[in-house]
Design a binder for this molecule. Structure first.
Ligand code: SF4
Length: 112
């Protein structure tokens, strides 16, 4: 069983916008320019460890559309392995993608 220690920082929740890109173009969108960019893997790995060390228990993964981010599966899986409870704020356009499905269900045997 994974038990978090009380946080010296006083944080329990965090929100991480993986990048600001999106595959939709809703009129009401707050993003303006939808830039498909994000941190490289070493920086993301460092960020997730910092959040873990700050005892963030609830992590929202958002964007833009997080599931089209090139490193979404890696981010999700590391956050999971670090004991984080994850919420994915998505437009729901990619659950059919086998890699996304694998990631969200933990079913690594699902194939394309
Ligand atoms: S799905 Fe969300 S992030 Fe994407 S364009 Fe629409 S409002 Fe913006």
């Amino acid at each position: 069983m994974f038990v978090c220690q009380p946080s010296a920082y006083g944080f329990g929740r965090a929100s991480y916008g993986l990048n600001l890109g999106c595959n939709y173009d809703c009129e009401h969108c707050y993003l303006g320019l939808k830039r498909f960019e994000g941190l490289d893997w070493p920086e993301r790995e460092r960020l997730l460890h910092i959040l873990r060390d700050a005892n963030v228990l609830w992590l929202q993964l958002t964007g833009g559309e997080p599931t089209i981010d090139r490193l979404f599966p890696e981010v999700y899986e590391l956050a999971w392995d670090l004991g984080t409870l994850i919420t994915v704020s998505s437009n729901g356009s990619h659950p059919h993608n086998p890699r996304i499905l694998e990631t969200l269900t933990g079913e690594r045997s699902v194939t394309a």
